[in-house]
Design a binder for this molecule. Sequence first.
Ligand code: GDP
Ligand code: MN
Length: 391
Amino acid sequence: MDIHEYQAKELLRQFGVNTPRGGIAYSPEQAVYRASELSGDKWVVKAQIHSGARGKAGGVRICSTEEELSDAASWMLGRKLVTHQTGPQGKLVSRLYIEEATNIAQELYLAFVMDRKEERVVVVASAQGGMEIEEISEKEPDSIVRSVVDPAVGMQAFQAREIAFSLGLDASLIAQAAKTITGCYKLMAETDANMVEINPLVVTGSNEIVALDGKLSFDDNALFRHPNISELRDKSQEDPRETYAGDRGLNYIGLEGEIGCIVNGAGLAMATLDMIKQAGGEPANFLDVGGGASPERVLMSFKAVLNDKNVEAILVNIFAGINRCDWIAEGVIRAVKELELTLPLVVRLSGTNVEEGRKLIAESGLNISTAETLAEAADLVVGAWKSAKDA
Ligand code: GDP
Ligand code: MN
């Protein structure tokens, strides 16, 4: 789960990381009022969406008059801001964060990520911040510092100082930088975050270390033990198809194509997507119904898939181990009847109780195509989709 920048900064502050002072605004009028509460004569208006690269898209504006503040806020609010991370549909801006402007002397990059190969949290830092990490690793690869954290002891003070030194920071800044690094690590460990990214982390004109941006992402499977964090969820920033499915316990990822997929097991789901593409189609989603799927769960999966208005044909591909093909078949039949499904539907069943499952489908009298192998199923569904389109 992702959260907004202002929420991330609130958490960072709780863990001793410096951030600029700021306040949230929902209207141009509030934006001006928030600025009046802050000191200084320059403010930054920042669109709160779950995306980085807002600056380049007009979502971060430095203002020095009330009129500029109000104009920037009017422009951003209600807009679907398109960054190169949001996709072409963009993300709706309904909140702004108004901050006192910071006088930047140097922009650094600081991130904490889970490294799967190391099976550890890895700190990635660079003295060349401001641009995205992909760009840094292309343009300034030698500036990147990596440091693996031993989970048994956590981030140690000496390790944090070592990172700060390798960023080439002035001796007067080492203690502050080390405090920032340790704070971020503590935040990550205590909240089950799987990513903390501060870009830029800046050295100010008055020689302070300040987090100017903040991006936090949390492990969904651990949210149950952090109610204060799970309540920060903003569903308006998520793909509505994924929210619908996720709220019903389905593993669903929305894609751009027309063939809806209902599959058990993540590996088989990936293989199914490949086979659909191979057959000349485009999958509309990844959906893993999981093991032991009841007829109700299958029905729910159909609802999740049909929730996507781009879906024009459906492929059900089940290799039943823990699952039972007869239950799946029962769910498919219920779905076709209850949802009055008219789209082309191909079902491929294999494994436990396969004979019973196939029999149920054959005897249902419904318009359901069946296939023995995955390749056959993919060809069938893409063929059916194409002829339905041409019809
Ligand atoms: P992002 O584009 O979504 O990553 O948004 P950021 O919060 O990182 O802001 C983008 C850029 O705007 C930063 O890299 C800074 O260069 C600039 N910026 C943001 N806040 C300030 C500020 O208070 N003062 C100055 N001078 N620049 C700022
Ligand atoms: Mn940024």
